[in-house]
Design a protein. Structure first.
Length: 195
């Protein structure tokens, strides 16, 4: 396919259908090498959160694959209002992702290998394990703090407009969990947390 060089990004012009032209930014595509590196990193039983974070920071297109995201911020430390509730005076977000409309969402990373199964309980009463529930509570705390007017103002001064942000929690592995079970369990997550 011929490459379009009319802008600073590499792109492909895809075949048109009834006069409609499609353009695909090739910088958003994954190379085999990038996918292999990601899989190798994620498959290591001893991989740390810091290593996963560094990889995603260097290869943000893996984060952008979560939705229509086009920009990110990494390791944002922000002041909290929770001092009276026992929260530290500052919290750190792993990533904030900006979508095409300008809305920002939160991404919290955890290790891909959990010390126990992420799903526990009897078949008729399956639930997320304690490490997953703790991570969900952490993300919910972040979202509650981000809803505070003073915290929201702090981000606005930094050029980040937060309007009802959603959160992505990247934790564990679900390859052995049937889709129906996972979706049923996800219904029990807070509405603004995706896993």
């Amino acid at each position: 396919m011929p490459a379009d060089t009319t802008d600073q990004h590499s792109s492909l012009i895809l075949p048109s259908v009834v006069g409609v032209h499609y353009r695909l930014d090739t910088t958003k595509l994954f190379t085999n090498s990038e996918i292999d590196n990601f899989v190798a990193q994620y498959e290591r039983a001893d991989v740390s959160e810091n290593e996963i974070h560094a990889f995603l920071k260097d290869h943000p297109k893996f984060l952008f694959a979560l939705g229509a995201y086009e920009d990110f911020r990494s390791e944002l430390v922000f002041p909290t209002n929770g001092g009276s509730m026992g929260l530290p005076p500052r919290l750190r977000l792993d990533f904030l992702l900006k979508d095409r409309r300008g809305a920002w969402d939160v991404v919290e990373l955890k290790k891909p290998w959990l010390p126990a199964d992420p799903i526990v309980g009897l078949p008729q009463r399956l639930r997320f394990s304690v490490p997953v529930q703790d991570a969900v509570a952490q993300v919910q705390t972040y979202l509650d703090e981000l809803a505070s007017p003073s915290v929201n103002d702090w981000f606005r001064e930094s050029g980040i407009l937060l309007e009802q942000p959603q959160a992505w929690l990247l934790i564990g592995r679900d390859r052995d969990l049937p889709r129906g079970e996972r979706r049923r369990l996800e219904r029990h997550l807070p509405r603004n947390v995706r896993q």
